[in-house]
Design a protein around this ligand. Structure first.
Ligand code: ADP
Ligand code: MG
Length: 209
């Protein structure tokens, strides 16, 4: 039996609202397979790397709570150990507990930022003092290889390569991830960190993922 397959491919990137969530969609359309019109559609996902920090109250509990809440923003694929770190910039405050997280998300970067700010707010973060003590802070370090410089969002995070408390946890889960502006891997950024800031890995296994 002979079959006739005709497929003309047009690729387009668009946004759609799937079950109430805006998604980036790539569709390959206008296929006719055995007389049936076929449309293929799939969502695009991005691996984003986040830095989490807390220096108020139950710091470990806050990090664990935040990581659990991140599942609302995508799929958490890796979580680093927790690190106790000396505060920088505004030194007269309690030491931080920091970690890095890799999340696979279909959201756009601005949507992810909005989701992270919502998690911070729902956990009770109030912005009293710039660079001051915080119950939870969640920053976007890398978003795929995107370069973003808008009023609300800068990616890669502008200070990440200078901060041992960011790079050391990130190097644990993603040493080969690339900084798209500096064109260096996280391992290379780690190698060229300035000395000084104290960062201690807390013993014990990383969190369940
Ligand atoms: P910081 O993390 O610098 O100590 P905040 O957590 O209070 O300060 O964030 C202040 C604002 O920084 C956020 O409302 C957000 O709009 C902006 N911002 C810019 N780039 C980023 C980024 N890469 N990750 C998180 N927030 C960012
Ligand atoms: Mg922040």
């Amino acid at each position: 039996m002979s079959s006739f397959i005709y497929l003309s491919i047009r690729s387009r990137t668009s946004e759609a609202n799937l079950r109430g969530c805006p998604r980036r969609i790539v569709t390959v359309s206008s296929g006719i397979i055995r007389g049936q019109k076929a449309t293929l559609a799939w969502t695009m996902s991005t691996i984003a790397y986040l830095s989490l920090g807390s220096n108020l109250g139950d710091r470990e509990g806050h990090l664990r709570d935040a990581v659990a809440r991140l599942e609302s923003q995508g799929h958490v694929v890796a979580v680093s150990s927790f690190y106790e770190t000396e505060p920088v910039e505004f030194a007269n405050q309690p030491w931080f507990l920091n970690c890095a997280v890799a999340i696979e998300t279909t959201k756009m970067a601005t949507e992810l930022l909005a989701g992270l700010l919502e998690i911070e707010g729902s956990m009770g973060r109030h912005r009293a003092q710039r660079k001051g003590p915080r119950l939870i802070d969640i920053d976007i370090l890398l978003f795929g290889n995107a370069i973003i410089d808008s009023q609300e969002l800068t990616v890669p995070h502008p200070a990440m390569h200078e901060r041992r408390f960011v790079i050391e946890p990130l190097a644990e889960i993603a040493p080969e991830a690339r900084h798209p502006v500096l064109a260096k891997t996280v391992r290379q950024l780690w190698d060229s960190l300035p000395p000084g800031q104290v960062v201690r890995r807390i013993a014990g296994p990383p969190m369940a993922r």
